[in-house]
Design a binder for this molecule. Structure first.
Ligand SMILES: *Cc1c(COP(=O)(O)O)cnc(C)c1O
Length: 514
């Protein structure tokens, strides 16, 4: 690409290369590279403003926005969107993330003006319908979990963890137990669990998994003491297994004066079938964006309401809703026990609408069916791949996700990473790699209830073909993958360590020269 003296590609060349289509261009140029800076995309008459009220704040230099026609701007974004792999374009078996289909009905509801256009500072009397949705959703969440309170405002699963752990800390403080400074976290936990505990100043004590990939109550008892504030346990866990001793663990934790924080990100596997409140949890976040649909990943959007037991309910954050006859009130200032405010406003309205739409359109029986289908799909994949891939923990049945390790790749010269990259050439998003850490070279596959038997069979056939090729010594197919993606293997470490978040002409010329 030729550059002019300021390091910008000359506009006509960049534009014509882009117009030629993505096949000829390894990278889509930025709008700033395509656009001509002397023009504007809209026709505005010159205005003779001799007198304005901006005083000395009037802009001295041009805005420097790229001038593009509407088709040019539109094509840029459409070309970019085509490079996205999404659940709408193919199977997305990313374990732990629960990437499920988002019914279009949800979008239609979320876009209703009464939900999409409300402002968080509107008088409460003008948003009774929107508050009604939050209230109804809260009731469903408490019903599904058999709990007595729910904090709706956390904006993601990890944020929900923070909320639940702050309630636990407030409860200990209120009981004169503020000295408790240890949080127990099984080694199979999602990284956000120890991160949350550490963020709040707790010392994290790891609990080993047993040979079945679950947590023994005896291991928990051995770690409990007067200094333990809580355990953070994921159930079903990140190996896709239901913790068989969860009730005994809850009892032991409570007897030691600690609380049971449950990571409920995998609620998809048990919604409508098991009520976590019956298992003895004190706090649990629910990832609405995983369990109750909403496209997510890549930074948002999310919502992580936290259901709370009677013991923790008084410490919930503000704001919360209170029903007074037909009217809903927003309680912004609670009593002294609440740990305070977690977010500026009330949470993610669009996500609430999508989640409630998902619930109402499924009904109670439909939610249980979706959980059962998700479990069935995961076990189908596991059963169909077990003879060629290696499954840890004696290959026992799983809940929502099928976990494999890299034993079957031993001696082939193909790694888990290579295998995952080769899946891209087969038209699938890779599964989750190297997580959970408790098994070597982990491959975690979660189909969810979204996938049909036909799709699963195509996926399984592609996986079996890859395994066969790896074992036959066709290493090249893997180490050179992906070949069909616009870009192949990227330096992800450098991208994370030295992100370039701002485009300047100078930067661009230096990068181009490298
Ligand atoms: C996704 C996930 C989280 C974190 O949720 P976010 O919404 O991404 O913050 C925590 N724990 C588990 C087990 C998860 O799968």
């Amino acid at each position: 690409m030729s550059m002019n003296t300021q390091g910008r590609p000359t506009a006509p060349q960049a534009a014509s290369a882009a117009a030629a289509g993505s096949a000829l261009l390894p990278e889509e140029p930025l709008l700033f590279e395509i656009g001509d800076h002397d023009h504007s995309g809209v026709d505005l008459p010159d205005v003779d403003v001799s007198d304005d009220r901006l005083g000395g704040l009037r802009r001295q230099s041009p805005l420097d926005l790229p001038g593009l026609t509407e088709p040019e701007a539109m094509r840029h974004y459409v070309r970019l969107s085509r490079r996205n792999y999404s659940i709408d374009s193919g199977m997305y078996p990313l374990g732990s993330c629960t990437m499920k289909h988002n019914p279009r009905l949800n979008e239609k509801m979320a876009r209703l003006a009464g939900f999409a256009d409300v402002h968080p500072l509107q008088p409460v009397s003008t948003v009774q319908g929107a508050l009604g949705v939050i209230d109804e959703l809260a009731r469903w969440l408490m019903e599904l979990t058999n709990t007595v309170a729910v904090a709706m405002s956390p904006k993601a699963g990890a944020h929900g963890e923070l909320c639940g752990m702050m309630a636990i800390r407030a409860a200990h403080d209120a009981k004169g137990q503020g000295h408790r400074n240890i949080v127990l976290v099984p080694e199979s936990a999602h990284g956000t669990n120890p991160a949350t505990a550490a963020f709040l100043g707790y010392t994290v004590k790891s609990i080993d998994a047993n040979e079945n990939g679950t947590v023994d109550v005896e291991a928990v008892k051995a770690a409990l003491s007067d200094d333990v504030a809580a355990i953070m346990l994921t159930n079903p866990n990140t190996c896709g297994l239901f913790e068989p001793q969860v009730i005994e663990i809850a009892q032991a934790v409570h007897e030691a004066g600690a609380y049971f924080y449950c990571d409920g990100a995998n609620f998809n596997a048990i919604m409508g079938v098991v009520r976590p409140g019956d298992l003895g949890i004190d706090a649990m976040h629910i990832n609405l964006h995983k369990t109750f649909s909403t496209p997510h990943g890549g930074g948002g959007p999310g919502a992580g309401p936290v259901v709370l037991s009677e013991a923790l309910a008084p410490y919930a954050p503000v704001p919360f809703l209170r029903r007074d006859g037909d009217k809903l009130e927003l309680i912004e200032h609670a009593g002294a026990e609440s740990f305070g405010r977690l977010t500026a406003f009330h949470g993610q309205m669009g996500m609430y609408v999508r989640a409630l739409t998902y619930m109402l359109s499924h009904g109670a029986d439909g939610l249980a069916q979706a959980a059962r289908d998700a479990v069935l799909n995961a076990n189908y994949i596991k059963a169909k791949l077990r003879d060629v891939m290696s499954a840890p923990f004696n290959g026992q049945p799983v809940m929502h996700e099928a976990l494999f390790d890299d034993t079957f790749l031993k001696g082939t010269g193909v790694t888990t990473l290579d295998f995952a990259k080769a899946m891209i050439d087969e038209g699938f998003h890779p599964m989750t790699m190297y997580f959970p850490l408790v098994v070597h070279g982990a491959m975690l596959i979660e189909p969810t209830e979204s996938e049909s038997l036909q799709t699963l069979d195509v996926f399984i056939a592609a996986m079996r073909d890859l395994v066969q090729d790896a074992k036959a010594g066709n290493v090249e197919r893997f180490t050179s993958a992906p070949r069909r993606a616009p870009l192949s293997r990227l330096d992800e470490t450098r991208a994370a360590r030295q992100p370039r978040l701002k485009w300047t002409p100078l930067d661009n010329s230096r990068e181009a020269a490298e």
